[in-house]
Every structure is written in C-alpha cells, then in structure tokens.
Design a protein around this ligand. Sequence first.
Ligand code: GNR
Ligand code: NI
Length: 168
Amino acid sequence: MAKLDILRYPDPKLHTVAKPVQAIDTRIRTLVKDMIETMYDANGIGLAATQVNVHERLVVIDVSENRDEPIVLINPTITWMGDERIKGEEGCLSVPGIYDGVERATAIKVRAQDADGNSRELEAEGLLAVCVQHELDHLMGKVFVEYLSPLKRNRIKSKLLKALRDED
Ligand code: GNR
Ligand code: NI
C-alpha cells in the first residue's frame, strides 16, 4: 500500500477534466486501495483521483463514524438532483486550513461502478450528498473555492502560496 501526494490549490493540475476509466484492471484496483489509504491518513471524508494527479473518473468516500465504510465510485454521474439547496461549511484536502460555505443540493442519485465493475445507483443525502457533489466537481476540474467571491478566492490563493514558500 502506498500513501499518495495530494495536489494543493492553486496547482493548475487541479483544473484538469478527468476522462472515463476504461478498464477496472490491476492498476485501477491498486489506485483505489492507495486512495482509500491516503484519504484515511489525511482524515478526509472523500478523495478524487484528480487530487492525486490521476485524471480519470474515480473517487473514494467514507462519511461513516468509524471510518470503515469506504465507497468507491468509478465513472460516476449524477442521475437526479432534488430542488432543495443547503449552504454548509466545506473544506478540501487540496485547500488545507480553509473552510467556507457552499450551497449544494440536499439529495441526489448517482450511478457508478464499484471496484468490481458492478454498476449501481446510490441515493445520497446529508453529508454524503455534499461529499459526492464536492468530489464530482474535482473530476470536472472544479475546486470549492471557485464558488466563493473572487476577493475571497484571491485571498485564499495568496495565503496558500505563501504557506508553500514558507515550507522551503
Ligand atoms: O475531508 C473533506 N471534508 C469535507 C467537508 C465538507 C464538505 C466536503 C468535504 S470533502 C473533504 C475531502 C476532499 O477534499 N475531497 O475532495
Ligand atoms: Ni476536495
């Protein structure tokens, strides 16, 4: 097992649009394992392949209390979105230390393959629904700070660039 490096905003690679996973082979199954390990190690509730610089439609999620119910979504698509919206505080492993409000649908349905290649539809609400939308945004090259005002986004950009400079 291997822990993967997570890209950090404003790395332009975070804006790459992911392509479909073509075959769920050994490479993809190893990637799934490594992404789950990386997500747990970073105490995140989700991780998109984009964040580990792999630009294929694959995300892992675990919103369970005991961190023992990983969900693998390969080639996910939202098939239904309810009309209700809720604004909640979001964070992102690629935007460390920054939290701000984002409006999301409260309930969605997602069709995706699992690590065995079986296609299924997942009904999500609450934190799971928020997390799925956040992860699918990553696959489209979108980071949550892009929902904030340009002023806030530029402040976040400067802060994170300075933090990077201060590291080395
Ligand atoms: O760990 C995470 N927490 C979180 C909290 C509120 C809304 C979304 C998230 S996802 C984030 C992990 C991450 O960056 N996934 O891409
Ligand atoms: Ni994120």
